[in-house]
Design a protein around this ligand. Structure first.
Ligand code: MRU
Length: 350
């Protein structure tokens, strides 16, 4: 099944907080509950939260039963703001809500009922497009993987972080499906442990050979020649190529360059924010202290110990060998080449 889907008037999601111990689904009936699910990471990963928010907008359209088109459009505008505020860094969330809102205000729609039907279709398109795009990225990225490679991966970028298939883990999956003999070193990805809990679970399901490593061991493995390529996802890419991703990605970029290891974020063009000129303008989410003090409910340190918990960091473009997109692999000069792949977004996919 998909990570997020529309099911009989509700939004159905895999509850990622329970993995790898339990595989359970939860249903959501209001857009407010979808916003909370995004905030609390029932669903996480840039493309997955974009898809969840677009189905959340459909719930909003059904929550308000008015037959007045203008009143419905105004309500959707407010619901969109609520959903966008759930998490600040992944631009796919804003991109998906804005795509739904553009349709909601299009002059072709005459009645509130027409609007509700059109929104459901558009949310389905966003989800379906994501799967097609991931497979295209995977095919492009798999050309970088050689038989016998060891790949270092950070966070979770697989089917759980998308609607299905995955971004960086999608590339790994494609290389494995092509019969390449590969091995994956999975950063555990503190503090939420998406690598250890989610990426490892996915690799296990797919039969991809892996080992979990502490985040702090990445430099050790690179320095000992045990890493052939680093693949990561992205939550927002600035128009100059600076890339925000899960905290701990920046040092991978620096270490990769120092050790002569190629470093590739795998990024759908919907994650590229052409309104942002550099990584300095990307908002970085700071999450609550309990993720460090009491990870998964277990007290690690006293609750009055001060904590900082940025959830993302920015890797400057100079550390990036290339960005794998659905429209090809982008290399320096990034400003020109990113503008080109973004323009190539197929029309039926925007
Ligand atoms: O905080 P998360 O788990 O939502 O962060 C997710 C990541 O950083 C992923 O690596 C990312 O969204 C990239 S691509 C699917």
């Amino acid at each position: 099944m998909r990570t997020v889907e529309w099911n009989a008037g509700k939004v159905k999601m895999i509850d990622q907080r329970q993995l790898p111990w339990e595989f359970v689904h939860v249903d959501f009936e209001t857009h407010e509950d979808v916003a909370t699910a995004i905030k609390e990471m029932v669903v996480r990963g840039a493309p997955a939260i974009g898809a969840a928010a677009s189905f959340g907008m459909v719930l909003a359209a059904n929550q308000n039963t008015t037959s007045d088109l203008k009143a419905l459009q105004q309500y959707l505008g407010e619901a969109g703001e609520r959903l966008k505020a759930a998490r600040p860094t992944a631009v796919n969330l804003m991109w998906a809500v804005d795509r739904i809102l553009r349709l909601a205000t299009s002059s072709d729609l005459v009645t509130a009922e027409e609007l509700r039907e059109a929104l459901l279709q558009e949310a389905q398109n966003i989800a379906d497009d994501d799967v097609v795009i991931n497979r295209r990225m995977a095919a492009n990225g798999a050309t970088l993987i050689k038989d016998g490679d060891t790949i270092l991966h950070h966070c979770n970028t697989g089917m759980l972080a998308t609607v299905d298939y995955g971004t960086a883990l999608g590339v790994i999956r494609m290389a494995h499906e092509q019969g390449k003999n590969i091995h994956v070193l999975l950063d555990e990805t503190r503090p939420r442990m998406q690598g250890a809990r989610l990426s490892a679970w996915e690799c296990k399901q797919l039969g991809i050979p892996f080992e979990i490593i502490p985040d702090s061991a990445a430099g050790h493995f690179m320095a000992h020649g045990e890493v052939d390529i680093v693949l990561v996802g992205a939550d927002r890419v600035a128009s100059n190529g600076d890339t925000a991703n899960k905290i701990g990605t920046y040092h991978l970029g620096v270490l990769a360059k120092e050790n002569g290891v190629p470093f590739y974020p795998v990024v759908p063009t919907s994650t590229i924010d052409m309104n942002i000129q550099s990584g300095a303008d990307i908002p970085i989410e700071e999450r609550g202290p309990d993720e460090l003090r009491t990870p998964y409910g277990k007290a690690l340190v006293p609750e009055d110990y001060p904590v900082r918990n940025p959830a993302f960091d920015v890797t400057p473009a100079r550390y990036i060998t290339g960005l794998v997109t659905e429209n090809g692999i982008v290399r320096a000069p990034f400003i020109e080449n990113i503008a080109r792949v973004v323009q190539e977004r197929p029309l039926n996919l925007t």
